[in-house]
Design a protein around this ligand. Structure first.
Ligand code: SF4
Length: 272
C-alpha cells in the first residue's frame, strides 16, 4: 500500500499558519494548500507569500473554476449566510476534496488545545484528520509565539479584522465592515454591489443582518460603530497592556473579544 500524502490546508489565518511553521521540519514531504475563493483580502496573499519564504516551498493554490458569481446565480441570488453557507462548500471544501482525490491523505488541522470544536473533518474515508496542536498542548499564546519567533508574524489585516476569509465574509462584525471601508474602499463597494432589494417582495438581501452596507457607511453610523467597538474593547480587556507589540496584545486579549460564538464561526477551512 502506498504511503499517505500529508496535506496541510492554510486559510491565511494565524492558527493554520502557525501549524505550517510548527510542522515544517517535522514532515518535510508536507503539501501546503490554500483554497482561493478569488475574493480574499490582498493582505492574505501577501501573508501567504511571506509564509512561502519561511517554508521554502510553494503553497499550492486551489480554486473552483466557476467562482463565487456562478454559484450565487445557482443559489438563486441568495447571499451566503451562517444558515446557508454554500460558499464554504462550493468554493473551499469541494476544490480541496477534488485535489485530494481518492489518495490516502493525512490532513493536518490547526485546532488548538484550548479550543473545543470539531471543525472540518472530511467524511471521505481516505482522509484522516489529525490535530497536532491538540496533541502537543499548543494554545493561543503559543500560536502567537510561534508566529513571532519564526519572523512570519501576523497577517496585516489583524490591525482591523480578526479573521481570514473573503473580504465580504458575513461573519464580520460591524466594526470590521467599517475597517473594510477604510482600508479597501473598492472592495467595500464591490461587496455593496452584491446587496439588493427584491422589487416585488421588498425582501432585502444584505451581508449583515438587518443593515445594508450603504446604511452602515453613513458617517453618523460609522461613529456609532466605532464607539460601540471601543466600548466593547474596554469592557472585555481585563488589564490594558500599553506599549506591547501587536502580537502580544492580541495574545493577551480575551478569547471572546476576537473570536465569535461557536454558531457564528466560519468553518475551519475559511477561518483558522
Ligand atoms: S470566508 Fe466567509 S464568505 Fe468566504 S467562503 Fe468562508 S464563510 Fe464563505
Amino acid at each position: 500500500m502506498p504511503s499517505p500524502r500529508h496535506i496541510l490546508g492554510l486559510s491565511g489565518g494565524k492558527d493554520s499558519t502557525a501549524l505550517a511553521i510548527f510542522m515544517r521540519d517535522r514532515v518535510p514531504e508536507m503539501e501546503y494548500v490554500f483554497t482561493d475563493t478569488q475574493k480574499e483580502l490582498p493582505e492574505t496573499y501577501e501573508f501567504l507569500s511571506r509564509l512561502e519564504g519561511f517554508l521554502g516551498k510553494r503553497i499550492v493554490r486551489l480554486s473552483d473554476d466557476r467562482g463565487f458569481d456562478h454559484w450565487l446565480k445557482v443559489y438563486g441570488g441568495y447571499l451566503p449566510s451562517s444558515r446557508m453557507r454554500w460558499c464554504t462548500r462550493m468554493l473551499k471544501l469541494k476544490p480541496f476534496e477534488k485535489y485530494v482525490g481518492s489518495d490516502a491523505v493525512v490532513n493536518y488541522v490547526g485546532i488548538r488545545a484550548d479550543e473545543h470544536r470539531e471543525g472540518y473533518i472530511s467524511t471521505k474515508p481516505n482522509i484522516k484528520s489529525i490535530f497536532p496542536f491538540k496533541e502537543h498542548g499548543i494554545k493561543k499564546a503559543d500560536v502567537f509565539r510561534i508566529l513571532e519567533e519564526s519572523g512570519v508574524g501576523l497577517p496585516t489585516y489583524y490591525k482591523w479584522r480578526t479573521r481570514s476569509g473573503c473580504f465580504f465574509c458575513f461573519f464580520q462584525r460591524r466594526d470590521e465592515w467599517a475597517g473594510l471601508l477604510r482600508e479597501h474602499p473598492a472592495l467595500f463597494e464591490e461587496a455593496k454591489a452584491y446587496e439588493r432589494i427584491d422589487p416585488e417582495t421588498g425582501q432585502r438581501y444584505t451581508w449583515a443582518q438587518g443593515e445594508s452596507l450603504a446604511e452602515l457607511a453613513q458617517p453618523e453610523r460609522l461613529v456609532q460603530i466605532r464607539n460601540n467597538a471601543r466600548k466593547r474593547e474596554e469592557e472585555q480587556r481585563k488589564a490594558p497592556q500599553p506599549n506591547l507589540p501587536l502580537v502580544k496584545v492580541l495574545a493577551a486579549s480575551d478569547d471572546e473579544d476576537d473570536e465569535p460564538d461557536e454558531d457564528e464561526r466560519a468553518c475551519l477551512i475559511c477561518e483558522l
